[in-house]
Design a protein around this ligand. Structure first.
Ligand code: ZN
Length: 204
């Protein structure tokens, strides 16, 4: 049995411990997780304030490209995990200042359960490692983060082999839904998160 993690909003724990749990369980691009971890090294451990590393510094410490680091910050802002509280000025070598935040809606983010268990494919019931992913769209000062939830609830698409049709579990599942007259994946809308929780089977 794996030990249950403490919750990211467990006020008995210092901010840094709660932040690190949230980053551990997040199912997003690994670069976002790396930047989130690195950012904490520069913030106040007690409340996540005063975080102003330059992107160059984060680049050096994570080994990611500048563009990837920039995108990761956009994702963190879009998720409500970072608030920009001060704008830097590049010509004076001043970086933007961030407040790191555990958003009150953390339970609605794509996250592992408290035991970080594998998920169960909704079609074939195999245990799978969900494929964390995210895409961010920037509109002015707003960031909208979206997820391909099916990559966390079904086996990954098998590679096509010559002369054999490789059917993936999502396609098979859609077909069985159709046969029963039930909605297919893309018709679920926000209810896809219910299916995500079903695949996770490990509630906070
Ligand atoms: Zn499967």
């Amino acid at each position: 049995m794996s030990r249950r993690l403490h919750a990211p909003d467990d006020e008995d724990k210092p901010f840094i411990a709660r932040w690190n749990v949230l980053v551990r369980i997040l199912l997003v691009e690994s670069s976002v997780k790396a930047v989130a971890r690195s950012a904490m090294d520069f913030a106040d451990f007690d409340d996540g304030s005063s975080c102003h590393p330059s992107n160059e510094r984060i680049e050096r410490e994570t080994g990611l490209s500048e563009r990837t680091v920039r995108t990761a910050w956009q994702v963190l802002r879009g998720l409500g995990m970072a608030e920009r509280v001060g704008f830097g000025s590049p010509h004076r070598k001043l970086a933007d200042e961030y407040q790191l935040v555990i958003p009150p809606w953390w339970q609605n983010l794509p996250i592992y359960g408290p035991h970080v268990r594998k998920f169960t494919c909704l079609y074939c019931q195999k245990l799978i490692t969900p494929q964390g992913n995210c895409t961010v769209k920037v509109d002015g000062d707003r960031q909208k983060v979206s997820f391909e939830v099916h990559r966390m609830a079904f086996c990954p698409t098998p590679r096509a082999t010559k002369g054999r049709v490789a059917l993936d579990c999502l396609t098979e599942w859609n077909e069985s839904q159709r046969q029963r007259g039930d909605p297919v994946w893309h018709e679920f809308g926000d209810d896809r998160w219910k299916l995500f929780r079903q695949a996770r089977a490990d509630e906070w």
